[in-house]
Design a protein around this ligand. Structure first.
Ligand code: TRP
Length: 454
């Protein structure tokens, strides 16, 4: 029998709105900003190949597991874990897994919002013609000046955080469902348009080769670690976003099918972003391993050169902003629902409070590009450290425990009925991946990240 519970916070109006909202949560800065720069830093194809394998073997089964837990528990991740643990006669301490995920979301959002602020600033600056006729060095100089200015970065971060709080306060279903319906397709169209422009640079083949031509010599432990962390990050796994979105899913919707659709959409957009960006990088003799600044130093160049570039550029950064926005909301939703459920706060209060905490934490990232740039721990600045801690340690660790819980502790009947795979081959495949492959892979990644293995 499937669970009869419903969520206190509402429900998606249909299977499609769930798919749209979850794709909105998954597709974000991770696809268009982070995926290309990580691929660039880790040698392109080697990274991409591992990434694709991780999505197929870990990402999809993990997404199914999280949606399933969420829909069964129908509460904030912390209480979902607690009630499922009780249902299966396990320790209540499993609730701390949900709590840790909620915290991870806040930590990620604290820097995500700073980068979201960059996209806001870039939409504005492209529109005012700041990059008009600029050279490659000119554009990267402008970028360095921008992030070097603490006040500017602070201002844009604050604005982005405010935008996130407003939507979260209004509730996920209303504005968000409707917004994603129009804006996600628009993002895809613009991205494809950009690929079209990239093709005119004459460097498309180099771009394609960089992303796809297998070069196993560049496959290192570090690149595999980065690829797996990124697969989790991009699919929004390991912390409760998918769990809370699953908790609003109507009963009776196929979890397997919807998870596969979301994962495919997310992965396609990341690869298309790579195809749009790398030809521009090579055509202008830029460095693919430039790091977090990559798209902010390449795309303005493309926009400066193409006809109608200002308009397209503004639209592109606005849509990137929207992609970031629909993801930022999902990062804070677990914290907001926790405050509402635990302290009976209104949604408005809960949004303001969690938003404020995130905003303050974000200042660490704001200053890590300027006044605190020289404070380094393990040779990383605050932003790098936070990114490493969340993507490479907390998300895989969260994933590890979620996989162990679903694969080993949760009664088989529960997952079978929730997934509606009726013990067929699909179920056995999922169960095998969740029971053995996912925990082992994540254990290795974690051991590598903390330096137990080299
Ligand atoms: N997946 C989003 C992106 O690619 C970011 C994101 C939203 C996220 N929710 C998450 C990352 C939960 C990790 C966990 O930009």
């Amino acid at each position: 029998m499937t669970s009869e519970r419903t969520s206190l916070h509402g429900q998606w109006s249909s299977r499609w709105t769930f798919i749209l909202a979850t794709t909105g949560a998954a597709v974000g800065l991770g696809n268009i900003w982070k995926f290309p720069y990580l691929a660039g830093e880790h040698g392109g194809s080697a990274f991409v190949l591992v990434y694709l394998i991780c999505v197929a073997l870990l990402g999809i089964p993990m997404m199914m597991a999280e949606v399933m837990l969420g829909r069964r528990g129908r509460q904030t991740p912390m209480y979902t874990m607690r009630s499922l643990a009780e249902e299966t006669h396990r320790s209540r301490h499993w609730q701390w897994l949900g709590f840790a995920g909620t915290l991870t979301g806040v930590l990620i959002l604290s820097y995500y919002s700073v980068i979201g602020g960059w996209t806001l600033a870039y939409a504005f600056r492209t529109g005012t013609g700041a990059f008009h006729d600029a050279s490659a060095e000119g554009v990267s100089g402008l970028f360095n000046d921008f992030v070097g200015d603490p006040l500017a970065v602070f201002g844009w971060h604050s604005l982005f955080m405010l935008m996130t709080m407003v939507v979260v306060a209004f509730g996920v279903q209303k504005g968000l469902e409707r917004a994603t319906k129009y804006l996600m397709p628009a993002l895809v169209v613009l991205l494809l348009g950009l690929v079209g422009y990239s093709a005119t640079t004459g460097y498309m083949l180099e771009g394609v080769a960089f992303i796809f031509a297998p070069d196993f010599s560049r496959l290192t432990g570090t690149s595999m670690l980065a690829a797996m962390g990124q697969a989790f990050f991009s699919l929004s796994l390991g912390m409760g976003t998918i769990m809370i979105y699953g908790s609003y899913l109507p009963a009776g919707v196929s979890i397997a099918r919807t998870s596969i659709i979301v994962a495919l959409a997310d992965t396609s957009i990341a690869v298309i972003a790579g195809l749009a960006i790398f030809p521009i990088v090579f055509a202008n003799g830029l460095e693919p391993g430039a790091g977090p600044s990559l798209i902010f130093e390449t795309l303005p160049l493309a926009f400066a050169q193409m006809t109608g570039g200002i308009l397209i550029g503004v639209m592109f950064f606005i849509l990137l902003l929207v992609a970031a926005w629909t993801s930022s909301i999902s990062l804070i939703e677990p914290a907001v629902t926790l405050l509402v459920e635990k302290f009976r706060m209104t949604r408005l209060r809960a949004s303001v409070l969690s938003g404020l905490v995130t905003w303050v934490l974000g200042l660490g990232t704001v200053f890590s590009f300027n006044i605190w740039a020289d404070y380094r721990i393990f040779d990383k600045n605050f932003f790098d450290l936070l990114d490493f801690l969340t993507s490479n340690i907390m998300l895989p660790l969260g994933g590890l425990f979620i996989a162990v819980f679903c694969g080993w502790l949760l009664a088989r009947e529960v997952s079978q009925t929730e997934l509606r795979l009726d013990g067929g081959p699909g179920f056995h495949l999922w169960h095998g991946l969740i029971r053995y492959v996912a925990p082992i892979a994540m254990l290795i990644v974690f051991a590598y990240a903390v330096g137990v293995i080299r």
